[in-house]
Design a protein around this ligand. Structure first.
Ligand SMILES: [Zn+2]
Length: 91
């Protein structure tokens, strides 16, 4: 039988990660969680680096809205798809 353990694997315990670029700190209780945190943080830097200051403030504004109401994000995407279909710009 295979059960997923909800306790940290032995030999791991607790690990902290501190970003050398922005000083953000993450703590992880599993090795997977640690690698995910490092990967996601690296991705965030990559996205951030690709934006100018106007785009950054726009993105942050959007994220605050969406993350405070995830259903709204889903609904906005659905709305965009319907608008796209209704628009019929090239046929
Ligand atoms: Zn960082």
């Amino acid at each position: 039988m295979s059960t997923t353990s909800d306790t940290a694997p032995s030999g791991w315990g607790y690990a902290g990660f501190r970003c050398g670029r922005c000083g953000a700190e993450h703590t992880a209780t599993t090795e997977d969680e640690y690698h995910t945190a490092v990967d996601v943080h690296g991705d965030a830097h990559a996205v951030w680096d690709g934006l100018n200051s106007i785009e950054r403030s726009g993105l942050i504004s959007i994220l605050r809205t969406i993350l405070s109401a995830p259903d709204l994000g889903v609904e906005l995407l659905a709305l965009a798809d319907r608008q796209h279909l209704a628009g019929g710009d090239s046929r």
